[in-house]
Design a protein around this ligand. Structure first.
Ligand code: FAD
Length: 483
């Protein structure tokens, strides 16, 4: 039985915007004392800092959904802005709380912020406890026989497969006790997380529904309808063949353990290889966080310092053409426009567009990482940095630099009928299949028939891929020879 006059517990939500499988929430409720759920908008330089613009759109809706779920359990969610330590101290004074709980985060800025807060609050006599939940396993758990962190994915995956199963997800509480009076909250609307004038996120809501309930529905639908063909379908961007859970996972609306366990004990209608393949992708997420934890410079420095002398070039005209989806290579343009339209891009096309920026344009991967961070609804400090370094060849267990995607052949292989290109590059919609990935080779009659005037309503290629490829290989060779 809870007494509202007891000292409350502050429950600080961060990248765990859910009630199910939330260990900090479960422990808060287990204390049988009033709970004050809190979300802090952390300014730049504090904690994990502000999110990119597209993820801010998601955050607004996710926090709205979380607040509604808390309200249906008799509780509420406080919105406060400021340095998290100062904000929590003030709230401790205001409410008389003597305990603060949270689920751990694993990005370097988040870790150092949390350590500082924990130390300062403890000094002030406040109890602090933190819980796991953002990953399948704590990043200190899996180590090589020599006790060092894995640097290569395959042995990491083998160790993960052999390890004890991730924790069983815990169920959400039915009721959450409330304090005698609620401290004053800022209004979420006042945070201005949604774009206006122009509302560039208008088409996001056609594609997405943020929030925990939507995440659980997406998981159920994926398992019921799509998982059975995951291996065969996952590389084809026109097919809805992947889970699209990434934005839900990025803000913790669903836990990876929940996703992992949902793929257990499935009927024989889902061939085993699809389940393993899907789990291996979850393990890439795990590996990215593992790398970020053990090598905290991952988001900004080459993991392999041989790349420190790489002769990057910067040309703002080319960079802008890439960002706007105006490169003249249809699969690259479709990907970059999917990113702008839906705040998301298919994994195969992320690899193609990233390879194009790094290898065809020789633009530093960090510029691409920053653009994705700002425009993806699933922007994730670990997955984004690790993936960009993987494509660049500068990362742990990376794709070798000499593997340079040919955007025409990639398009023809993975979007052979051009369905994906036609959706996102409508000016090419009427071009015959055989030219859809190489409009610059189409005869004038085919262009005329499709209403295309190259250089006017669709660009000529901004680089010649064959020339760019040779240039990239010599740049890389110069770095490799100098090492
Ligand atoms: P599914 O195929 O259904 O996979 C399930 C989950 O596994 C995903 O939701 C994701 O959490 C994880 N996952 C899948 N593929 C990968 C991968 N290659 N690396 C790490 N985790 C993976 N993913 C992000 O979540 N955030 C990012 O900011 C991000 N940036 C990327 C940048 C580049 C250049 C590249 C090449 C990849 C990036 N990825 C990123 C990885 C991957 O593209 C997305 O996770 C995936 O497309 C999400 O779609 P899904 O949820 O349908 O994936």
């Amino acid at each position: 039985m809870t007494n509202a006059t007891q000292k409350p517990v502050i429950l600080w939500f961060r990248k765990d915007l859910r009630l199910a499988d939330n260990h900090a929430l479960q422990h808060a409720c287990g204390l049988k004392r009033p709970v004050v759920p809190l979300y802090i908008r952390e300014p730049d330089g504090h904690g994990t800092g502000p999110l990119g613009a597209a993820q801010c759109w998601w955050l607004h809706h996710s926090l709205t959904a979380l607040r509604e779920s808390l309200q249906t359990r008799g509780s509420d969610l406080l919105f406060l802005t400021g340095d998290p330590l100062a904000t929590i101290r003030k709230l401790v004074d205001e409410t008389g709380a003597d305990t603060v709980l949270w689920n751990r985060r694993y990005d370097p800025a988040g870790i150092s912020c949390d350590l500082r807060i924990e130390e300062e609050l403890r000094k002030a006599g406040v109890d602090v406890s933190s819980y796991a939940g953002q990953l399948l396993h704590e990043p200190t758990r899996l180590l090589t026989g020599g006790g060092t962190p894995y640097r290569v994915y395959t042995p990491f995956w083998r160790a993960l497969e052999k390890a004890e199963e991730p924790h069983e997800p815990v169920t959400p509480p039915h009721r959450i006790s409330t304090p005698k009076s609620w401290p004053k909250s800022e209004s979420l609307a006042s945070w201005g997380l949604l774009p206006s004038r122009p509302d560039w996120a208008a088409s996001f809501s056609e594609q997405w529904q943020p929030g925990e309930d939507a995440a659980l529905r997406r998981l159920d639908d994926f398992i019921a309808e799509t998982l059975k063909d995951y291996t065969q379908g996952r590389d084809f961007p026109a097919k809805p063949a992947t889970s699209m859970l990434s934005p839900h996972l990025a803000l913790g609306e669903i836990s990876p353990a929940r996703v992992w366990h949902a793929t257990r004990g499935l009927s024989e209608t889902i061939p085993r290889n699809n389940i393993t393949h899907f789990r291996k992708e979850l393990a890439w997420r795990e590996f990215s966080y593992y790398l970020l934890f053990h090598f905290p410079h991952l988001p900004y420095a080459n993991w392999n310092n041989r790349f420190d002398g790489f002769p990057w070039r910067f040309d703002s005209r080319l960079f802008s053409a890439w960002r706007r989806g105006q490169t003249g290579y249809p699969i690259v343009d479709a990907g970059m426009r999917q990113l702008w339209t839906h705040g998301w891009m298919h994994n195969r096309v992320r690899m193609i567009t990233a390879s194009f920026l790094i290898k065809d344009l020789l633009i530093d991967w960090r510029r691409g990482e920053a653009w994705f961070r700002d425009t993806l609804v699933d922007a994730d400090p670990a997955n984004n940095a690790a993936s960009w370094q993987w494509v660049a060849g500068s990362g742990a267990d990376a794709s070798p630099f000499f593997r340079i995607f040919n955007p025409v052949l990639q398009g023809e292989k993975f979007d052979s009928d051009g369905r994906y290109v036609r959706e996102f590059v409508p000016e090419l919609a009427n071009l015959e299949d055989k030219y859809i990935h190489r409009p610059f080779e189409a005869p004038q009659s085919a262009l005329d028939k499709a209403g295309i005037v190259l250089g006017e309503n669709y660009p000529n290629p901004i680089v010649d891929h064959a020339v760019a490829r040779d240039r990239a290989l010599s740049a890389y060779k110069a770095v490799a020879d100098a090492a």
